[in-house]
Design a protein around this ligand. Structure first.
Ligand SMILES: *Cc1c(COP(=O)(O)O)cnc(C)c1O
Length: 350
């Protein structure tokens, strides 16, 4: 097509992020996007929609700062954590010159965002037990401005050792930022690195309301960092990034009642995760890896075949780049029971 030729070469050659939504499927049980099974109710006011929003609504910033245990100057809100990734790359990486570094298997958007802005990507795979390969990272830091680390890691589910994160922060001091993606940290808040912000000026933390707060459709995320970094990000963010109704809803989610609801739902999902883990572990040939988020990575003898059978029967899970592994989001108890029962039945047939 003629118009396609007008697009940047990079963009013409790119493969878009294969999000769970984009991959489609039709089914009754959706455990493929790490969404919450809970749909909570909110009130929205529509009396101010003729006016622009403020760039960083004070009420929302303060509410998240209080929740995260940081000061308001250390918080930036954006259209999901995904926009936070983009802003960091735009603010810190010179196109065709600087690089980002990340450790696969991990979240796919770091690479896609970098490519979009013509920023090179360096990869240092996680070790066999899915931890940081610090010596290899040290050897690959030339031209690197941002190191992305996801903990709990998507899709493997494990936590990255705190001591390794501290070593990485020391190793990169004055040279690069370490971006810890804590999209799932609300399921294991004690593992957060937020307390390290006071010690490390090069630490950045990504957060979101999409997972534990059950607001994936809201598109509301946060970047936590020291004020100097937040100020730089504010230079590159769009003038009105947060729609007024988004602020209204997010503030309700972060109110005392909203936080109590989330806490209860996190406990509920943790119990379902334990149920799935116990049930799947009992099946022969199946390995369930310990997971700290609202999903489990599970190894099957024939993951591809099983995935397709589940898909055909309306149980939509997520394929994983880890060989013979499927990522299963933790749903409500009914969804978990049906999924476990179906898998058990399939494996017994073969
Ligand atoms: C879901 C997810 C995000 C994106 O969060 P949004 O706020 O919905 O953009 C970022 N990082 C990881 C690891 C995720 O799984």
């Amino acid at each position: 097509m003629a118009i396609t030729k007008l697009a940047r070469k990079k963009v013409r050659e790119m493969t878009p992020y294969q999000s769970a939504r984009r991959l489609g499927g039709s089914g009754d049980i959706w455990l493929n996007a790490n969404e919450s099974p809970f749909a909570n109710e909110y009130n929205i006011k529509c009396d101010r929609l003729n006016r622009y929003s403020t760039c960083q609504p004070q009420e929302l910033i303060q509410a998240y700062a209080d929740y995260a245990g940081v000061s308001a100057e250390q918080v930036l809100t954006s259209r999901g954590a995904d926009e936070g990734i983009e802003l960091l790359i735009r603010a810190f990486c010179e196109p065709k010159q600087d690089s980002i570094l990340y450790c696969p298997p991990t979240y796919g958007m770091y690479a896609i965002s970098a490519e979009t802005f013509d920023v090179d990507t360096k990869t240092v795979p996680l070790t066999a037990d899915w931890q940081l390969d610090l010596p290899a990272i040290r050897d690959n830091l030339d031209s690197v401005k941002l190191v992305f680390v996801c903990s709990p890691n998507n899709p493997t589910g494990n936590l990255i050792k705190r001591r390794d994160l501290e070593a990485l922060l020391d190793m990169t001091a004055g040279k690069a930022l370490v971006v810890v993606d804590e999209a799932y940290i609300d399921f294991c808040p004690e593992a957060s690195t937020v307390d390290l912000l006071s010690q490390y000026p090069n630490l950045v933390i990504l957060r979101t309301l999409s997972k534990a707060f059950a607001l994936a459709g809201l598109r509301c995320g946060f970047t936590l960092a020291n004020q100097e970094i937040i100020k730089l990000l504010l230079k590159v963010i769009a003038p009105y990034p947060v729609p007024v109704p988004v602020t209204d809803i997010a503030v309700q989610a972060l109110s005392p009642a909203g936080l109590a609801k989330t806490k209860f739902q996190v406990l509920d999902l943790s119990a379902n995760r334990a149920y799935l883990q116990a049930g799947l572990s009992m099946l022969e040939g199946v390995t369930v890896f310990d997971g700290y988020g609202n999903y489990l990575l599970v190894k099957f003898p024939d993951a591809e075949g099983l995935f397709n059978t589940l898909w055909d029967h309306g149980i939509i899970l997520r394929r994983s780049p880890v060989e013979n592994c499927i990522r299963i989001s933790v749903g409500n108890r009914d969804e978990c029971e049906k999924t476990l029962a179906f898998i058990r039945e399939q494996l017994n047939q073969n």
